[in-house]
Design a protein around this ligand. Sequence first.
Ligand code: AMP
Ligand code: ZN
Length: 488
Amino acid sequence: MALKLFNTLSRSIQEFTPLDSAGKKVGMYCCGPTVYDFAHIGNWRTFVFADLVRRYLEFKGYAVTHVMNITDVEDKIIKRVRETKTSLREFTGKYETAFFADLKTLNCLEPHQTPRATGYIAEIIALIEKLVARGIAYQAADGSVYFSIEKYQGCGCTYGRLLKLNFDELRPGERTRSDEYAKESVTDFALWKARAPEDGDVCWPSPWGEGRPGWHIECSAMSMKVLGESFDLHLGGEDLKFPHHEDEIAQSEGATGKPFAKYWLHGAFLLVEGKKMSKSLGNFFMLRDLLAKGFTGREIRHLLLTAHYRETFNFTLEGLQGARAALARIDECISKLRDISSSTSTGSAGFQPAGSQPKENPAAGRMPALPAALQPFSDSLDEDLNISAGWGAVFEWIRELNRRMAESSLSTTDAAAALAAWNKIDSVLGIGTPADAEAPAEIVALLAARQAARQAKDFKKSDAIRDGLKAKGWTIEDTTQGSKLKKI
Ligand code: AMP
Ligand code: ZN
């Protein structure tokens, strides 16, 4: 089945067909973090969504180039640099490092390229020069260079492609220097901001004097430099539709005369406990706040991936408890499948009571990459990445596997095929399975001591060690393959 996606540009669901004539290569750009603080859980919903898009495209066989920029110079950053009396690089470097650490914690695949805006000043200037040469940009009396909406529209281009704009109030030549503004105040916007005293020493030379780029032109310059003037997918949170993405389209298409991104995907906002995140409401979570509460990256990732990306999602701590329970169900099933698949027909008595050897399924060894039982997962994701239906398919499959394991009708080959299928599914979900090796060394040492005590028939000692492990949050499961640690 073909992948269909909701394209904000056409405001409709469209079949995804890459620009690449061979239908193989896909270029995907996601607006990255503004590194002026640690990324919050709302930001992470959007980045995990981008990770899902990339993983699913790869699952479908596309060769994806995933680009995510680092916005390391814009209004909010400069304000904080001034307040903290640090250098730009020192300030942004701290949050950039934290961002990549969090990305790992959430098991997001690292984008292939992560350009920093400050590394692309020459490309930004060249792009503005093109717009000036085409008469779409102009230098104003304040020294800054602005994008003229009137001139752009005069070239037959439409401003307001991603959302409807009201031009009744638009007064030609009215300008805004700020990176962020509401759609009620559509005006010419800054491409290059002439150096102001409050910018400190954050400035670069340019044909228009010292200054710094506007936020919107940064993404146009970086995406086109890395992916080409036209590319397949552009992603971001829904708040970026205006002005950021609208301005990106205008700048890019105004300069090249070519279509910019073919598909625009926007993730809906995350609310916390039903409300907009705010520090005063106490519902403002950075990833580290949730880790400090004892939740793991995979639990948080699972929760962020439960709802359809175009639906507002309500994040709650109870939801995280639910994610823990859901993962435990998956882990338990996978662990049993591993036991069966690694057992010989005589060694799997735990699941195959004597006298009930399961019949080998001759077809299982030749199973296609995606078994029929998992087709519903792929069918769901093909429908505009309907992940909630995808999870439904996964849990239905787990229910069926559990039923078959309970009645001992799952052969070692079936189990191995199911594990292979899970690996394929998990290449999309990215939740992994906790391995025994994840237990800290101290816990593994206690397990070894308990085994030694059992071998020595010192059951009092072995029970005491087991109780000690329980107090530390670990249980021991004695299986036919030996004793295994499991997190409570
Ligand atoms: P920023 O670092 O502010 O540039 O934001 C990075 C990404 O997070 C952007 O794509 C935003 O649209 C997105 N974002 C910000 N707040 C939220 C939220 N509450 N829910 C989902 N995405 C968000
Ligand atoms: Zn951007």
